[in-house]
Design a protein around this ligand. Structure first.
Ligand code: NAD
Length: 295
């Protein structure tokens, strides 16, 4: 079994590293937070004192950090200490430009790397059913599979360096747009005397059908997988949706693509976050639409 360095053991990295331990790997983990590090150690991770210690003797180094700035700082710190033949896997969600910069730094240090952001949230991290969207060369992708599989339902190669991040950003742009459409439709239906059940029963087998309706419906009582049926506990937190929309909108601006719906969605989630909604599932945005419609 492999030795894996794991840097960033928070809401996602904690359960992901625990699944790597369960699969029989030795995981050398580091996090800036001592509480987080202690909790990872309770799940069998070998807690070490620094990122440099985590990469010592590792076959692969997995990072699961808040953003691109943290990733690049971390790579600056560790790259001189990573031995040749070690694969670098970044599963954080970061800006495509930062991801490509991280790949360049790795290549300059003579190391193979993949970006491998995830979809599936904390529930998927705990259950080991994440979808990994992998960017990088064919050989690096093949090498990454062995390390990712204990945490994954699916590992999909999306193309070259940074394309995992591109895929994630595009998927979440679609997700935000569909959720906002579904939420607005339910509020409009409510105002005009339509029951949630009638709208759900028709739209779920009609052209309005989508994941935001049939798996994570923003009104409770329709489908038991919905976070609406669990007081809108995330799931996928609205603050993370805002982060991902910000990445999509800025990448679109840099590439000259007119993502008008994306900009609008980012503004709506910005407002929802400023109203205190950031810690709730992103489907809770329906409450904000409802309140504004009552004004
Ligand atoms: P988190 O804040 O819970 O965890 C990040 C951890 O990184 C923290 O414990 C923090 O102390 C640690 N950290 C920061 N800088 C560090 C450094 N230099 N060295 C070591 N540790 C450091 O965040 P999370 O929810 O686990 O998300 C991690 C990444 O996964 C983010 O990029 C996020 O966008 C992405 N993501 C999150 C979810 C989700 O549902 N939470 C879903 C998909 C993707």
């Amino acid at each position: 079994m492999a030795v894996i360095g794991f840097i960033g053991l928070g809401h996602m990295g904690g359960p992901m590293s625990a699944n790597l331990v369960k699969a029989g790997n030795t995981v050398r983990g580091f996090d800036l937070s001592s509480d987080v590090l202690r909790s990872a150690a309770e799940h069998g991770v070998t807690a070490v004192d620094s990122a440099v210690d985590a990469v010592d003797g590792a076959d692969a180094v997995i990072t699961m950090l808040p953003g691109g700035k943290h990733l690049l700082e971390c790579y600056d710190e560790i790259l001189g200490s990573v031995s040749g033949g070690t694969l670098l896997v970044d599963s954080s969600t970061v800006d495509v430009a930062d991801s490509r910069r991280a790949h360049e730094l790795a290549a300059r240090a003579g190391l193979d790397s993949v970006d491998a952001p995830v979809s599936g949230g904390t529930a998927g991290a705990e259950a080991g059913t994440l979808t990994f969207m992998v960017g990088g060369g064919e050989q690096a992708y093949r090498s990454a599979q062995e390390f990712l599989e204990p945490m994954a339902r699916k590992v999909i190669h999306c193309g070259g360096a940074g394309n995992g991040q591109v895929t994630k950003m595009c998927n979440n742009l679609m997700l935000a747009a569909s959720m906002l459409g579904v939420a607005e439709a339910f509020v409009l239906g409510e105002k005009l005397g339509l029951s949630h059940r009638a709208l759900y029963d028709v739209a779920s087998i009609s052209t309005g059908q989508c994941w935001s309706l049939t798996t994570n419906c923003p009104v409770p009582g329709m489908v038991d997988t919905s976070r609406a049926d669990h007081d809108y506990e995330p799931g996928f937190a609205a603050e993370l949706m805002l982060k991902d929309l910000g990445l999509a909108v800025s990448a679109a601006e840099r590439s000259g693509v007119d993502t008008e719906v994306g900009r609008l969605a980012a503004n709506i989630y910005e407002r929802f976050n400023s109203e205190g909604g950031g810690g709730y599932d992103f489907s809770a945005v329906i409450d904000s639409i409802r309140q504004r419609s009552a004004e």
